[in-house]
Design a protein around this ligand. Structure first.
Ligand SMILES: [Zn+2]
Ligand SMILES: [Zn+2]
Length: 171
């Protein structure tokens, strides 16, 4: 069902609004099309949901709308940072902290390697000059961990790291 206000859009497209919980699960990636899917709390983790950036109140970007057919096949992952103010969303901060806490429990790594890995986590979340360096470091250290630790680490970071880092670490 398409509402009146968003029919007849030209091919330029725009972002719909997502509703996301504090842990990064989304109830809907299009509040405009699926208000029926919205909920005050997440049914996966019980955390409160939001449709706006907690720092600047800009709407959280959902799927990219071009036309009704184009959005059907799109996969959606909540953004890591707010496009309007640049602040990390709560789920990004939570996952970075969780990943760093996990680093402390990886016995296969030396204290020096643990510090390097924590620094690499900061680098791979951001798309920037240090992304590739961080991604290569992260990948190298990942091979030194047991496979259980490596896959747990992957699950924590995979949704918040930059596209460039993702291609290098998990091709
Ligand atoms: Zn949740
Ligand atoms: Zn913001």
């Amino acid at each position: 069902m398409v509402q009146q206000s968003i029919s007849g859009v030209d091919a330029m497209g725009y972002y719909l609004t997502a509703q996301v919980c504090g842990n990064g699960h989304h109830t809907t990636s299009s509040v405009e099309h699926s208000p029926n899917l919205m909920a005050n709390f997440c049914d996966k983790c019980g955390s409160e949901t939001m449709t706006k950036c907690p720092s600047c109140s800009t709407k959280i970007r959902g799927k990219y709308y071009v036309d009704d057919f184009a959005i059907i096949g799109q996969n959606y992952t909540a953004p890591s940072f707010c496009h309007a103010c640049g602040k990390a969303f709560p789920w990004t901060t939570t996952k970075i902290e969780a990943a760093k806490e996990m680093v402390e429990e990886i016995d296969e790594l030396s204290p020096d390697e643990r510090e390097k890995l924590k620094g690499a986590i900061d680098d791979i979340v951001i798309e920037g000059a240090r992304t590739e360096l961080g991604a290569n470091r992260f990948k190298k250290l990942l091979t030194k961990m047991g496979s259980a630790s490596a896959s747990a680490m992957r699950d924590i970071v995979v949704d918040v790291i930059s596209e460039t880092a993702k291609k290098i670490i998990f091709p």
